[in-house]
Design a protein. Sequence first.
Length: 129
Amino acid sequence: MMRIFIWIVFMLSLIAFSLTINDLVNGIEYSGWELLVPIISVGLSITCFFYLFQRWFKKINQNQKIILAIFIPIIVLFFALMIASSLGARNNPFDLINTGYVWITYAIFCCIFEYKLFADKKRKIKRFK
């Protein structure tokens, strides 16, 4: 039951994130508390993704982890470039004044992804005697 709830939250957060990206591409500006919508939707998406695929991450071997560590950030980089180029002045994706939060979100995603992928999965329990 909990897994179904997580899937629902994951899908809703992805929908909210895609609507936010659509608004940003079409020129609708967010200010104040409205900025929390994309931040919360990205955070929920990433959290639910790692919760849902946690067992799968534990089963893959080191070579598969290295391949994932290379290709997933590259794929996400293409999405970040598309979003940033549509937001930047004169289609410049590296206009950091207008697209800085896209690159910060990309860097945070890559850091969390790499950490979760290569983190030590064995919990070391210390027993006090």
